[in-house]
Structure formats: C-alpha cells, structure tokens
Design a protein around this ligand. Structure first.
Ligand code: RB5
Length: 151
C-alpha cells in the first residue's frame, strides 16, 4: 500500500494532525515529517524535506500544509519533478491530478476547514492523471528544467 508523506509548519499544524488522524483511521500508512508542535518554525525546512523525499523516490506523493499554502507552493516547485498544487476547492483537486499529475497536495491550514480539506484530499488521492495532451504539456515544463541545467 502507498505510504503518504505529510509535513506542515505551525500555520498548518492543526490541520495536519487532523488529516493524519483521518488517514490512519482509513488504514493508510502516514509518515509525519513534522512540525511536531504548533511552535513557530520556518516552512521551507519542512517543504524541502518532503520534496527531497519524493525526489529520492521514498514516496510517490505527499501533503504539505502551511498557513495559506503559498509558502509551501513556492518552495516545492523549485524542485525539478515536483508538481505541488495549492488546493482550496474540490474541482482544483480533481483537475490538478487529471491535468497536472500533481505529486504534492498543498493546503492552507488558515484558509480551509478540516471537512473541506478531507474532501479535497479524498478527491486528490482518488483521481488519476489523464496523460495524453497533458503529458505533452508537462514535457514542456520538464524541458525548461533541462534547458536551465545545460546553460
Ligand atoms: C506563518 O506565519 C505563515 O507565513 C506560513 O504558514 C505560510 O502561510 C507562508 O506562506
């Protein structure tokens, strides 16, 4: 069974704890990368740790939460091969899997409540990438990364 990695800063701590409890109740395996309390921390530390674990193929997908989700989005999308998608609604959660092959779900703990976050999470977990023309578009993004490396 797929193991899910999750991390947050203090702004996402409460929502992260709720989501972990939900996933465990569902019988899923969860690896909690912290933060382990609501004390103030720096979101890049947690975003970097989780993105790196995905790059290293320790996990296929992960979940990141900060206050708005914006900081985590900025951090993880610096990593080639990471497609972190900030979701505050179910439609975006569906589309970012079907069209963008999202591998990190990002949410704002100060933006959405637990029940909406769980709906978003369920949709994101259960939606497959469509490939085809969407893969062609992702290939163009990957090409940017390749071009930057060879400059
Ligand atoms: C922390 O106060 C807050 O800045 C952080 O959680 C996040 O929202 C940053 O984008």
């Amino acid at each position: 069974m797929e193991k899910i990695a999750i991390a947050s800063d203090h702004g996402g701590f409460d929502l992260k704890e709720n989501i972990i409890a939900y996933l465990i109740k569902k019988g899923l395996e969860v690896d909690n990368f912290g933060a382990h309390s609501a004390d103030s921390v720096d979101y890049p530390d947690y975003g970097i740790k989780l993105a790196q674990a995905i790059i290293d193929k320790k996990f296929v997908r992960g979940i990141l939460i900060c206050g708005t989700g914006v900081g985590m989005s900025i951090v993880v999308n610096r990593f080639p091969g990471i497609r972190g998608t900030l979701c505050s609604d179910v439609y975006t959660a569906k589309m970012c899997r079907e069209h963008n092959d999202s591998n990190i779900l990002i949410m704002g703990g100060r933006v959405i409540d637990v029940s909406l976050a769980i709906e978003i999470l369920e949709t994101w977990l259960n939606t497959e990438f469509e490939g085809g023309r969407h893969q062609r578009r992702l290939d163009k993004i990957n090409q940017i990364e390749t071009n930057l490396k060879t400059k």
